[in-house]
Design a protein around this ligand. Structure first.
Ligand SMILES: [Zn+2]
Length: 310
């Protein structure tokens, strides 16, 4: 599979996001088609030397953290490959040159898409991220195949449980949380700035995705968020994998949703209801507002159900 067909296949994973990604391309130029809104990389100041880089006007991939200082530039995640150039320009504007470190929160294409572009950096991730990226993978639940990554895109440094990087006067802690979103999730904590990047353990304000084909599990995800709420300061700022910058209060609201919705599905299954019956029953109206284009109640119920007993 070539890179471009792989990218096209990958886009299909994010059903509702496909429009925005396509709109950002040049394919529509000169066709007389209505001009689509432009998708750009924006930035939000999180701390004096720490920015969150995010898509403005559409989907560009997961949120990026960028730490600047006398040692240079360190980033967490690097979006989808199609937006690598736009991300590079936005990072160049921070005035610290190319990234010296790239930390990947997990292996998904919308978080590691720029790895090859930033391949001169030291790329750091959990052991399982390198393992998953090194070989073709398949999302069985979504019937999507992912090719192996180019060698330059693979993490150079991998770790098992916890790793600390000292850079720009900051203590950057990388904590592994097993089996929530994937089997290679990292949580990055900037201790001095009190800023967390949770990767896709946290979709701020929406139902999350758990990659059950690669070790993810809705119940472990819920437990991991509970541990994160206890382990890190209540006044930490939180960069989610997707969605706007958050507080720990936002993370608590998300945790309450996870606890309630996973319990609804588990209780129904314990009563002997099958997946079709649970899906037909759905969630009470209070959880409707967490639906979005990629994960509606039905998809979230399917993910929780697939996580049962694992
Ligand atoms: Zn992900």
């Amino acid at each position: 599979m070539t890179t471009s067909t792989a990218t096209t296949a990958l886009r299909g994973l994010f059903l509702g996001m496909t429009v925005a990604v396509a709109a950002a391309g040049t394919a529509l130029a000169g066709t007389g088609a209505p001009k689509a809104p432009e998708v750009k990389i924006g930035k939000v100041a999180v701390a004096p030397n720490l920015h969150m880089m995010l898509g403005v006007g559409g989907f560009t991939g997961g949120n990026v953290a960028a730490l600047t200082g006398p040692d240079g530039l360190l980033i967490v995640d690097d979006k989808v490959a199609d937006f690598g150039e736009a991300l590079e320009k936005a990072l160049d504007a921070l005035g610290k040159g190319k990234p010296r470190f790239v930390l990947n929160t997990h292996w998904h294409f919308d978080h590691v898409g720029g790895n090859e572009r930033f391949g001169a950096a030291v790329i750091v991730a959990h052991d399982n991220v390198r393992r998953l990226m090194s070989a073709p993978q398949e999302f069985k639940s979504l019937q999507k195949k992912i090719p192996a990554a180019a060698p330059a895109a693979l993490p150079d440094v991998t770790y098992n449980d916890r790793l600390t990087i000292h850079f720009n006067g900051e203590e950057i802690q990388v904590h592994h949380f097993q089996g929530g979103h994937t089997d290679g999730d990292s949580v990055v904590y900037f201790k001095g700035a009190k800023v967390l990047h949770l990767g896709d353990l946290f979709f701020n304000g929406t139902f999350p995705f758990a990659d059950v084909d690669h070790g993810g599990n809705a119940f472990r995800l819920t437990r991991n968020i509970g541990v994160i709420l206890e382990r890190f300061p209540a006044d930490a700022k939180v960069i989610p994998g997707h969605g706007p910058l958050a507080t720990m209060a936002d993370l608590r609201a998300y945790h309450a949703m996870l606890q309630a919705t996973t319990k609804i599905v588990k209780d129904a299954a314990d009563k002997g209801m099958d997946l079709a019956a649970i899906t037909a029953q759905g969630f009470p109206p209070e959880w409707k507002k967490w639906e979005w284009a990629f994960i509606d109640s039905t998809k979230w119920i399917h993910i929780i159900h697939a996580s049962l007993g694992k």
